[in-house]
Design a protein around this ligand. Structure first.
Ligand code: ADP
Length: 395
């Protein structure tokens, strides 16, 4: 057979497979009208909105059917292989294409124009039925793909709203609690100051009054620090970027040291050389690490050393651990310390640790938003280690 004859033979075979109901004569008539064309990979045979009414039958290669949700977004509806056809929507009277057909690989197709095809289809009701079925199938698949895409968008939107709502709830809860928590120590200070001013305090009672004032001032300072943390918490983290881990550790450490007046505490930093950059919300992470560091300083009343470590975590990505040698946390409490306003304050304890109980809540909030984890390991009296584990790409 000559190349041409071979081509004709292949085309007959193909048309026969694609339209098994057609008679030999009709198939031969279609072969006469057919044009064989080849396209390179990743090429748009036609685009959504293009004028055109011919039918394409795929002989070799694969094509993607793509529709546009808007100017920027493409939705993949289906991928077709050999013996499948496209462009048949034209037979519904559509003169502009309803989808883009993009070659996935190099393709060989047979193109038949509408007039030639319809003159044969008109006398073949079964062919029209097959075409109709194919058209309906395409419309259904397009609908399904678009609906799926919309659902995905919807879920992302709902998550963003839930995030915002949770944060707003936390903020308003803090404001209510804070105003109450500030009023108590302030009322006590005012009471004692009134007595001192009247000259009613002396000797031992003056000592007691001053100790109480000092304790209450400490409390207010703790609340103010928490308030500042909360103020810096972003309602919506949109600015994700590639972050160098040592940089954010140093930034968080400098702020925490200043806030907690912990400049004299020995801090070691051990960063494994293979720690990768992470794609994350920089401000949020600094806030979370800062909250852990402030706690490490606060709950180490003897100013014992604090260790910061960063290393590659096998499963997830990067781990950041903050270890102190402070008072520690009883196992039974470890779960609840992440709850908003949960504080372990013991009556008559030797030390007063000021705070509202939101530092860990904020840290967990930020880490959750990065799809990471925060864990705690602790021995009462010996110290605690808080570890943040983050995926490489948290957005
Ligand atoms: P706050 O420190 O303001 O109370 P947090 O949410 O930061 O609020 O912490 C909640 C509680 O968890 C604290 O009250 C404290 O009892 C406990 N905690 C947190 N970090 C440590 C730590 N490094 N060592 C011991 N206890 C801690």
């Amino acid at each position: 057979m000559t190349t041409n004859a071979l081509l004709t033979h292949d085309t007959i075979q193909l048309l026969h497979t694609a339209f098994p109901d057609l008679s030999r004569n009709d198939i031969e008539a279609l072969v006469q009208a057919a044009q064989v064309r080849t396209f390179p990979a990743n090429f748009d045979i036609f685009q959504e909105g293009d004028e055109g009414d011919s039918l394409f039958l795929l002989q070799e290669g694969e094509v993607h059917i793509v529709v546009h949700a808007d100017d920027h977004q493409e939705i993949l509806v289906d991928t077709l292989g050999p013996t499948r056809y496209f462009g048949e929507m034209a037979f519904l009277g559509e003169t502009s294409r309803m989808a883009t057909i993009r070659t996935k690989t190099e393709c060989r197709v047979i193109e038949i124009n509408e007039t030639d095809f319809m003159s044969i289809a008109r006398t073949n009701p079964s062919l029209l039925r097959t075409l109709m079925r194919q058209i309906i199938g395409h419309i259904r698949r397009t609908d399904r793909a678009v609906i799926n895409e919309l659902n995905l968008k919807n879920e992302a939107l709902q998550e963003a709203y839930a995030n915002l709502e949770a944060q707003e709830a936390l903020r308003s809860q803090v404001i209510v609690t804070l105003s109450h928590e500030l009023r108590t120590p302030l009322t006590s200070i005012r009471g004692y100051l009134g007595l001192i001013n009247q000259g009613a305090m002396s000797g031992n009672s003056l000592k007691v009054a001053l100790a109480s004032i000092t304790r209450n001032v400490e409390k207010i300072i703790g609340h103010t620090n928490d308030l500042l943390l909360l103020y810096e918490m972003h309602p919506k983290a949109t600015d994700y970027e590639y972050i160098n881990v040592p940089d954010i550790l140093i930034e968080a450490l400098n702020t925490a040291r200043a806030t907690m007046e912990a400049e004299a505490v020995r801090v070691t930093m051990d960063i494994a050389p293979d720690v990768p950059e992470i794609f994350a919300d920089r401000r949020g992470l600094v806030l979370a690490i800062r909250a852990l560091l402030e706690n490490a300083f606060k709950y180490s009343p003897d100013k014992t050393p604090v260790a910061i470590r960063a290393y590659r975590d096998n499963g997830m990505g990067v781990a950041i651990a903050i270890q102190d040698e402070g008072i520690g946390i009883a196992e039974a409490e470890a779960e609840r310390i992440f709850d908003a306003f949960y504080r372990l304050e013991k009556e008559g304890a030797t030390h007063l640790f000021p705070g509202l109980g939101v530092g860990l809540t904020i840290a967990k909030f930020v880490v959750d938003r990065h799809h990471g984890r925060i864990t705690v390991g602790s021995t009462p009296g010996a110290g605690s280690t808080f570890t943040i584990i983050l995926p490489h790409r948290a957005a």
